[in-house]
Design a protein around this ligand. Structure first.
Ligand code: CDT
Length: 302
């Protein structure tokens, strides 16, 4: 059977002034644990190297830049790549990416896929940026639209780890198009990191349902596209804001087959049969046979 043993590495809070070195050492500890479970691949959350900085309207450009990576690997992240290559384990990692193009700074909320030799085989830049670009009159801010550009790479998939893998980031998981675009490319496993704060000022009715909605969207995305989904949280009370946990591994059936039970650093592991989606793709979700794209035009027009 074609299998990937995947580790979903939930992270607890990262403080504003934690250094990359401190955070990378936490990631390394989880990588060693995953290697102990014979994982092929470990998936880390969105913005896994820093606190979730878009919660602050940071004005000072040097301070803002300090949350971004200008090279990958860089001096502080290289140990991750070296450890991965030494142990023969791949990883996906979310981080803030700063590139200079034609003398202009461009900022993306990105993730990379690294193979078992420590080589980057895929990069994704977050497409659906939630929140606002301006500070809102409410208890908590979510300024991703201020601090990132919309990703310009689409939703690619990669042949890696013996299967077809894709990535998306946090708010992307709430949009069916995210999974479907990858599903149309035959994706078999989607790696997905998230930071989902509550208490920003939404009505309590919405906050209270956030854990339900978190699983609802990922389980339906998995089932409707016959793919594994690995959803990895940054969880817990971070700089005064609670972030949901619920890191989970979801089968192509839509069932959650592993889930974290804490709000801290925690690894869950599952051996995933990549062929488990085949009966769904052959019948109920045989896209070529059943989809009626002549009736879907509006989706790309509005
Ligand atoms: N990181 C991220 O995309 N978080 C969003 C929170 C939106 S609240 C303004 C999410 O969809 O979980």
């Amino acid at each position: 059977a074609r299998t990937i043993t995947v580790g979903a590495a939930q992270l607890g809070p990262i403080a504003r002034h934690d250094t990359r070195r401190q955070t990378v050492s936490r990631l390394l500890e989880l990588m060693r644990e995953a290697h102990g479970f014979r994982c092929d691949l470990i998936a880390y959350p969105e913005l896994a190297l820093t606190t979730f900085f878009p919660r602050w309207p940071i004005e000072d450009e040097a301070e803002l830049d300090s949350f971004y990576e200008t090279e990958m690997p860089g001096p502080e992240t290289r140990p991750l790549f070296e450890e991965a290559a030494r142990r023969g384990i791949g990883f996906s990692l979310g981080f803030a990416e700063l590139v200079i193009e034609n003398g202009r700074k461009r900022r993306f909320n990105s993730s990379i896929l690294v193979d078992k030799t420590g080589r980057i085989v895929g990069k994704y830049r977050k497409v659906h940026l939630p929140g606002h670009s301006d500070v809102m009159d409410r208890p908590g801010q979510h300024l991703e639209k201020r601090f990132f550009e919309v990703g310009d790479l689409g939703f690619p998939v990669w042949r890696a780890f013996g299967g077809i893998l894709g990535m998306c980031i946090c708010n992307d998981r709430r949009w069916p198009e995210t999974y479907r675009v990858m599903g149309l490319q035959g994706v078999e496993m989607v790696l997905l990191g998230y930071n989902s704060p509550i208490g920003l000022g939404d009505p309590f009715e919405l906050d209270a349902l956030e854990p339900f909605h978190n699983h609802l969207v990922m389980q339906s995305g998995a089932y409707q596209n016959a793919t594994w989904v690995v959803g990895v949280a940054k969880a817990g009370l971070e700089e005064g804001f609670n972030m949901i946990g619920q890191t989970c591994i979801i089968a192509p059936s839509g069932e959650i087959v592993a889930q974290c039970a804490t709000m801290g650093d925690e690894l869950i592991v599952r051996k995933c049969d990549l062929d488990m989606g085949a009966p769904y793709r052959a019948d109920i979700f045989n896209f070529a046979y059943h989809r009626r794209i002549e009736h879907y035009k509006l989706i790309t027009e509005r």
